[in-house]
Write a protein that binds this ligand. Structure first.
Ligand SMILES: [Zn+2]
Length: 134
């Protein structure tokens, strides 16, 4: 569902919310210096880069970012070019970055990098689940 929301352009980023008439700021809740859009939150923001580096995935992202036109383009390029295990790790990191963004906005808490998501060993499958009640 999360990945579908990214690819359909329906994550409630501040820039998108403003386009829909929601009265909210349009800057990044972390650095406050850039517009909050998908590219900034998931790729451009320097702490996002640190997260990718910490997970050992930045080399994949860095090799592609100058050759793609959008986050969707980046994701589909990764789908086509990387083994399934790497694709799953990258999708999970996108989810972690989104959770981090939401924690900052809704709880005014910055992640302190003490807990890092780790991929499961090759023989195991890790399933992270999120739920919301409205
Ligand atoms: Zn920022």
């Amino acid at each position: 569902m999360f990945l579908w929301r990214i690819l359909r352009g329906c994550l409630p980023m501040r820039v998108r919310l403003q386009d829909k008439g929601v009265g909210c700021p349009d800057n990044c809740p972390h650095c406050e210096n850039n517009f909050e859009n998908e590219w900034h939150i998931f790729v451009e923001y320097y702490k996002a880069k640190q997260v990718w580096e910490g997970a050992g995935l930045w080399d994949i992202i860095e090799a592609l970012i100058n050759n793609v036109a959008s986050l969707n383009d980046l994701i589909f390029t990764i789908f086509r070019s990387q083994p399934q295990k790497k694709v799953l790790e990258i999708v999970m990191m996108l989810w972690c970055l989104w959770k981090r963004r939401n924690k900052k906005i809704w709880e005014d808490k910055d992640s302190n990098n003490r807990t890092r998501w780790q991929p499961s060993p090759d023989e195991e499958l890790k399933c992270n689940v999120e739920a919301a009640i409205f």
